[in-house]
Every structure is written in structure tokens, then in C-alpha cells.
Write a protein that binds this ligand. Structure first.
Ligand SMILES: Cc1cc2nc3c(=O)[nH]c(=O)nc-3n(C[C@H](O)[C@H](O)[C@H](O)COP(=O)(O)O)c2cc1C
Length: 389
């Protein structure tokens, strides 16, 4: 039997991923002063121990004001490099490739973590050690009525932020990361500039598509110049805003071509977020789909497929990809080059190894770390003898 594509290595620049499964970036909201800690170590290394080929950190802020919450990781100082280093080393030790997503939350910064409602921090939260901070956006328009009114970014602030992304890329390389992703999705700063819903500027960073793309492309150019030339660069997009007047899939194809021309190797195709809501997709008539039931498995895969086909760039598909044979089919059908898995890998860090077993390419549990594999093999024999899986 030929090797399933999910377990066929892929080489991007000088980096070979042992398989096509990526842990999608997942905020843990558990850092202090932007420093990764033992929780991040256990979160990320569990998935590496489970043999995901590519392991992404959470959105890591390039500046303090670019955090979503007080608990977000950052990469604006060297102590944060040192905090990530043991995690990077452990991921490599498991044979996975360590990857980092760098981000700026823009006008969606300064909120509570999800388990406290994701609501904007208030002055009274200072009493519990979580004061709000100044947020920045393309204009002073907030995401919605209950959100912080951001400070409209001057050109000087835009340039400072471009440089913060570049500096974070340098630090990411120092920490030993081998793949870097720019977070250009979910209504955070870069996507707020891209989307006509959020970007109402009338200078050269707003207006038409070229103007709205300018900030994203300047960040990409600065990061590509700062990030080692032999290492791959990813860019996460919100492929659609999900409303008729918003960012469209056609816009994403234009952007992806520009990103590719600037040295982006993989476009990671997510969606939504500019209006504060999670990723929604538009239905065929352009109406947003707003219920969980309307986000079936693989609902964002058409975006990865279209961008891959029409921009001629490698893509990563993400969003409710749960079944192993579904992940394999997406690759077999040429709809994406990599599969990012988020919540399913939180639920089961061994998802990748179980995929290998169920796709028939790890019959002897040889893909498990040695110290687990022999025992898991015994377990399999016992289960088989008992007529169970
Ligand atoms: C707890 C949690 C944290 C997330 N944090 C990030 C993040 O830091 N950066 C990002 O681009 N997406 C983030 N996302 C979105 C995921 O990366 C992923 O795109 C989304 O969960 C859909 O994939 P899934 O259905 O496999 O979970 C987060 C999602 C969850 C559930």
C-alpha cells in the first residue's frame, strides 16, 4: 500500500515536515508578562509527542499592546526568546518542526480570556490586576458598540509596528523556530487593515484593495527580510469576512499572489472575525452562516482549494477537520497541501498517531516514541485478543 499523503513528508525551503498534520495556533491565555511557561510546554510538547509534523505556538504578540489578553505570549523582548527555547528544543526532540505565529491584536486587544467572556477589559479590572490598555486600529472605529475605541494609527505607528513584526521574526529565529506564520486573519490588526469593514482610512493605507493590502504586504516584506531565507514563511488569512460588503474570496486570491511574490510559502486559509464574531462563512448567496450547525466539517476547505488553484501557492486547510480519512481526502483531491487541526488535537494530542494507525501506515506502532511504542503495541495485542480496538 502506498503511503497516505497525510504521512508523506513535504519540504518547504530547507525544512522537511515529517507529515502534513499541523497543530493550528491556539491561544492558551496563560502567560505572564508574555512569557511562555510550563503550561505552554505541556500543551505543545504533548502534540509533538503525538507526532504532528508541525507544531504552532499560539498567536504571539509583537508588542505589548498587540496581545489579546494579559495572558498572551509575546516576543517583544529577549526573555520571551529564552522562555520559548526549551519548548522549541523539546518539539525538535520529538521529531516535529517548531513553528510560531506572530500577531498583533489591533482593535481586538485588551479583552478577558474566553472563559471570562472575551469582553473588553474595564477600568475596574485593574483591581484584579488586569487593567485595560490602549488599542490601535486603522481608524478609531471600534469592532462594535461594546468594544474599545482604538487609537487610529499614524504612519509613524504603522512603521513602528512593521518593525515590531520584523524584530519578532528575528527573535523567533533566535529561539530556534523553523517555521514562522504572520497572523493576518480573524479581525486582528493586519486583517483590520485588509477588510473594507474595518479599514475606512482615506490615506495610502486605506481605500482600494491595493491601499488596504499595503500594511499586510509591508509587514510581509519586513518579516521575509528578517526571517532566514532558508526557512518557510506562512501567512494566515481570513479568506472571507462572510458578508457581501466585506473581504471576498476573490480579494484573497489577489492577496495570496502578492504574498507569494514576496516569499510567502504557504497561505493558511481561515475565515471571519472582523466583526468580533468567530469565523463564519458566507453561503452561496453571500449571507453569513452564523450557527455552529452551519459550520460542518471542512467548511473552510473551499477557501484553501480556491487560493491554491488560482494563486498557485501552497495552502493549509483548517476548520473542523476531525476524521482522519477526511484529512487524507482533502490532500488527495489536491485541495490543500497541509492540514491544520486545532480543537481535535486539544481533545486528543495523539490524533496524528491514531490517524497513522487508522490509515494503515503504522501497523506496529513504530511511529510512537520508543518509550511508548512497545507498550502501545502490547496494548494493541491485548485489545485485539479481547476483540476490541
Ligand atoms: C482555544 C483556541 C485558541 C485559538 N487561538 C488562535 C490563535 O492564536 N491564532 C489563530 O490564528 N487562530 C486561533 N484559533 C483558531 C484555530 O487556530 C483554528 O483555526 C480553529 O479552531 C478551527 O480549527 P479546528 O476546528 O480544528 O479547531 C484558536 C481557536 C481556539 C479554539
Amino acid at each position: 500500500m502506498s503511503m497516505p499523503l497525510l504521512f508523506t513528508p513535504i519540504t518547504l525551503r530547507s525544512v522537511t515536515l515529517p507529515n502534513r498534520v499541523a497543530l493550528s495556533p491556539l491561544c492558551m491565555y496563560s502567560a505572564k508578562d508574555g512569557l511562555a511557561n510550563g503550561f505552554h510546554f505541556s500543551h505543545l510538547t504533548a502534540v509533538a509527542r503525538g507526532r504532528a509534523g508541525l507544531v504552532f505556538t499560539e498567536a504571539t504578540a509583537v508588542a505589548p499592546e498587540g496581545r489579546i489578553t494579559h495572558g498572551c505570549c509575546g516576543l517583544w523582548n529577549d526573555a520571551q526568546v529564552e522562555a520559548y527555547r526549551p519548548i522549541v528544543d523539546a518539539i525538535i526532540g520529538f521529531g516535529s518542526v517548531p513553528a510560531i505565529q506572530i500577531a498583533h491584536a489591533g482593535r481586538k486587544a485588551s479583552v478577558q480570556p474566553p472563559w471570562k467572556g472575551s469582553t473588553p477589559l474595564r477600568a475596574e479590572d485593574a483591581a484584579t490586576g488586569s487593567p485595560p490598555w490602549e488599542c490601535f486600529g486603522p481608524t478609531s472605529e471600534p469592532v462594535g458598540p461594546s468594544w474599545h475605541a482604538p487609537t487610529a494609527m499614524t504612519e509613524a505607528k504603522i512603521q513602528e509596528t512593521v518593525q515590531a513584526f520584523a524584530a519578532a521574526a528575528v527573535r523567533a529565529a533566535k529561539a530556534g523556530f523553523r517555521v514562522l506564520e504572520i497572523h493576518g486573519a480573524h479581525g486582528y490588526l493586519i486583517q483590520a487593515f485588509l477588510s473594507p469593514i474595518a479599514n475606512k482610512r482615506n490615506d495610502r493605507y486605506g481605500g482600494d484593495l491595493a491601499g488596504r493590502m499595503r500594511f499586510a504586504l509591508e509587514v510581509t516584506e519586513a518579516v521575509r527580510a528578517a526571517w532566514p531565507a532558508d526557512l518557510p514563511l506562512f501567512f494566515r488569512i481570513s479568506a472571507v469576512d462572510g458578508t457581501a460588503e466585506g473581504w471576498s474570496l476573490d480579494d484573497s486570491v489577489v492577496l495570496a499572489k502578492e504574498l507569494k511574490a514576496r516569499g510567502v510559502d504557504v497561505v493558511d486559509c481561515s475565515a471571519g472575525g472582523v466583526s468580533g464574531a468567530p469565523a463564519f462563512r458566507a453561503n452561496d448567496s453571500g449571507q453569513p452562516l452564523r450557527t455552529r450547525a452551519e459550520r460542518p466539517p471542512g467548511f473552510q476547505v473551499p477557501y484553501a482549494e480556491r487560493v491554491r488553484r488560482d494563486a498557485g501557492v501552497a495552502t493549509m486547510a483548517v476548520g473542523v477537520i476531525i476524521a482522519r480519512d477526511h484529512a487524507e481526502a482533502i490532500l488527495q483531491e489536491g485541495r490543500a497541501d497541509l492540514i491544520a487541526v486545532g480543537r481535535e488535537l486539544m481533545y486528543d494530542p495523539y490524533w496524528t498517531l491514531k490517524a497513522a494507525e487508522s490509515l494503515g501506515c503504522d501497523p506496529g506502532n513504530k511511529m510512537w516514541p520508543d518509550n511508548y511504542g512497545w507498550a502501545i503495541q502490547r496494548r494493541s495485542e491485548i485489545m485485539a485478543a479481547a476483540g476490541r480496538r
